[in-house]
Design a protein around this ligand. Sequence first.
Ligand code: V07
Length: 257
Amino acid sequence: MLEKFSKWKSNLTPTKTESTVDLDPNTVPAHVAIIMDGNGRWAKQKGLPRIAGHREGMKVVNKIVSKANELGVEVLTLYAFSTENWKRPKTEVDYLMKLPERFLGMELPKLMEENVKVRLMGSLDHLPEHTLKAVTKAVHETKDNTGLVLNFALNYGSRFEMVEAMKEIAKQVEKGEMSSDEIDADVIGAHLMTAELKDPDLLIRTSGEIRLSNFMLWQLAYSEFWFTDVLWPDFNEENFVEAITVYQKRARRFGGV
Ligand code: V07
């Protein structure tokens, strides 16, 4: 009886929020990129250590991945660790470097179930062995999945990415494989870590900061930006749907002119 009651109750609880219903399924952004900011501030406000904010932030990743997949987003890029993050206290960096394996240890079966394909961008050179092992395993195990592409920016910096691309192009010119006249936006784009991905349609940044912080500077040239004061650990599916709703309204306005 109790079990029946709880089933009846869960049927009454809408699985889709009111706002999801309002979304236009035909203009869901294909690629959403998120700067997940405010974990440290969230912890500070609660009198907790910064790592508590990161742990809470990791739970939110899980929720937003499922929601993005459900809505039909094709690529979700998440800024997990920047090239500048190494400057943080060693204890915090060590903790952050444990999060990929923690996250995957818990969520990889669900990612498989949800047909999510994990992908990485960033320099994998200086990652600890244990982190590298966990992420390469996830990339390998999900490589044949055909649902949402979950692109983690890990040890990523946009200027570094562009410098590496320019070096590679310069080498090809030096070797006579390409003429300098052939270098155009497509050639540069093809040498970035996002070569196989479309540019983001929508950038979300949480926690009230209105800047790009060396994130996808080239790829965001034509993207819509949506900023919110909500701290990442407080961010939820409804906030995500709100961002997409605003994106769709802008797209409609643009289309109408
Ligand atoms: C990290 C949690 C989210 C808020 C932002 C900072 C802290 C998930 C990952 C991750 C990365 C690669 C991967 C699987 C999961 C992660 C770091 C930090 C460094 F293949 N969350 N999360 N990585 N945070």
